[in-house]
Each structure stands twice: as structure tokens, then as C-alpha cells.
Ligand binder design. Structure first.
Ligand code: GLN
Length: 299
């Protein structure tokens, strides 16, 4: 393990970092070098440019060295920094939860479009009652609670460690009082009452055979319980499809993240179930199928 040079200027260290990350097989080496340096110096990219000629203080160099060592062994940057951005907000993350993916912002956009189009739930009821299934770090629950003034969110997860992290993120973003956290294996702990206007979920959907082909960061560090969706990747999606009608109000909306190759299988599953209508698949910015959107029948 070659030490980062002591007393080097920040601009020089940046060049060394990019080179080291590249050699470790990391594609976005320049972006990651800036994120790591910014994290150590507690500044943004503009701050890094301004600090380029300054030497890095020794305690910070040691911190950077330790982080680089972890990153070279392909631990995800998000876990090393303990934080990752979603919807332009910082979220605490750790190995108990999946790292937020930018694709999941599509789910938020769809949820907000639905809410804004209707203004409020039909029938004039307030508030918006939203359920986030498998909340993980809480990104969906927190962002929806922030964006929708009248939101009342239930965020559930079967992992106590995930719930603790989601709770901390809700506090950090000032929405803890709008979210109720529930320990539950999918819908098992919820009363069978059609209480929710909108349900969002990013369940595990990776096929078991594809788990081995994932990047080492994902395969070796992220929680398999949040990724592995069984033989066809549909095990959890099937449970949600089966059990959700009991808690979704008539005409309520489900937004479900799916894998890019599950368009047909997932749509078929919901089309076959008479509790749902208007099943559509929405593509992400890369043009890949990403979100299943459907309504519950009106009665
Ligand atoms: N999109 C994630 C990945 O490809 C999978 C997320 C999930 O299973 N919910 O790593």
C-alpha cells in the first residue's frame, strides 16, 4: 500500500488520487476523487479549485489515505463517506441499506406529477396518505414528505437497522413528524384497510443468477436482501401485487421500481390481477423500463 505523499498540495493529491482510483478499475475516477477530497476538506468542487495550491493538513491526509484504501478494495464511496445524494439532498447511508440510485428519482417525479395533477385526493380528503414499502435509507418517504405539504407517510421496512437510518434521515430533513416508521415484512404488519392514496416501492428485483454479475461494490457490499428478487427477480413484486389491494384505496396509485428487463413480466402480473387497471411502464432517462404505474380499480 503506497502512502499518499505527506505535505503535498491538494491539486497534486487530486492527480494522484485520480490515477490510483483508475488503476483500481474505477470508471468515474475524476468525479470520485473530487467527492473524496471534498468530503475530507468539507467543501464543494469550487472550494477544491480554490484550495488547489494549499497543502493538505496531515490529519486530513491520513483520513484521505484510509478512505482511498477502502475505495481501492471496491467498497462503495457512499459507505466510506457515510452519505449520498438523492433528489439533491444528502442522506446518511451505510451497509444496512441500498445506496440511492439516480433512476429512483423517476419514481419521485411520477408521484409528484400525480399529486399535483389531482391537487388533493378525490373526495376532498386531506391529507395525502402515502406508503413507502421497503424504505431502506428512507429516501422516498423523506423526499415525498418534504415535497408534499399535506403528506402523511408510513415508511416500512423489515430491517431495524434500515428503519433507524431512515428515521435519522427524516429528522435531518425536518420531516420526522410526518412519517410513521413501521417494522414489517412487506404488508404483514399493516391492518387490511384501504387507507393509502399513493404507494411507492423500490423492492429487490435482481434475478438471483444476475447477482453474480453485479459490480463488486454492489455484490460484495450492498445488502442482498434489498437486491435479490429470487429466480426471476419477481418474488417480492409478486407479494406486493397480491397484498397491496387490501391497503390501497379505490382509484389509488401504485408506483413500483422494476428492472429494465421486467417490463413484460411485471406488466402481465398486474394486468392479470382484476384489482388493478391502467398498468403502464415508464422509461428512465436512459430509455430503459424502470417504473410500473397502475391504479387500483375504483370499487
Ligand atoms: N437498480 C439496482 C441495481 O441494479 C437494483 C435495485 C433493486 O433491486 N431495487 O443494482
Amino acid at each position: 500500500m503506497v502512502e499518499l505523499p505527506a505535505g503535498a498540495r491538494i491539486g497534486e493529491l487530486r492527480v494522484v488520487l485520480i490515477d490510483r482510483l483508475r488503476r483500481a478499475g474505477i470508471e468515474e475516477a475524476a468525479i470520485e476523487a473530487d467527492l473524496l477530497l471534498g468530503w475530507v476538506l468539507n467543501c464543494d468542487r469550487a472550494g477544491l479549485v480554490l484550495a488547489a495550491e494549499q497543502p493538505l493538513a496531515e490529519p486530513l491526509r491520513q483520513r484521505l489515505q484510509a478512505a482511498l484504501k477502502r475505495r481501492e478494495s471496491r467498497e462503495p464511496l457512499a459507505y466510506i463517506m457515510g452519505e449520498w445524494e438523492f433528489w439533491s439532498l444528502p442522506f446518511a447511508v451505510g451497509p444496512a441499506v441500498l445506496i440511492p440510485r439516480p433512476e429512483t428519482e423517476l419514481l419521485v417525479e411520477q408521484a409528484l406529477a400525480f399529486v399535483r395533477q389531482l391537487q388533493r385526493p378525490p373526495g376532498g380528503r386531506y391529507p395525502w396518505r402515502i406508503l413507502d414499502l421497503g424504505t431502506g435509507s428512507g429516501i422516498l418517504a423523506v423526499v415525498l414528505a418534504r415535497e408534499i405539504a399535506s403528506a402523511q407517510v408510513v415508511a416500512l421496512d423489515r430491517s431495524p437497522a434500515a428503519l433507524a437510518m431512515a428515521r435519522a434521515n427524516a429528522r435531518r430533513h425536518g420531516v420526522a413528524e410526518k412519517i410513521t416508521f413501521v417494522g414489517s415484512d412487506w404488508l404483514s404488519a399493516l391492518a387490511a384497510r384501504p387507507a393509502f392514496d399513493l404507494v411507492v416501492a423500490n423492492p429487490p428485483y435482481v434475478c438471483r443468477s444476475a447477482m453474480l454479475t453485479l459490480q463488486p461494490e454492489v455484490r460484495e457490499h450492498e445488502p442482498h436482501t434489498a437486491l435479490d428478487g429470487g429466480r426471476q427477480g419477481l418474488d417480492d413484486i409478486k407479494i406486493i401485487c397480491r397484498d397491496l389491494p387490501a391497503v390501497l384505496r379505490p382509484d389509488g396509485l401504485l408506483l413500483l421500481e422494476i428492472g429494465w428487463d421486467q417490463k413484460t413480466a411485471a406488466a402481465e402480473l398486474f394486468n392479470r390481477n382484476p384489482a388493478y387497471r391502467q398498468t403502464e411502464i415508464i422509461n428512465d432517462l436512459a430509455g430503459l423500463p424502470r417504473v410500473l404505474r397502475c391504479r387500483k380499480e375504483e370499487c
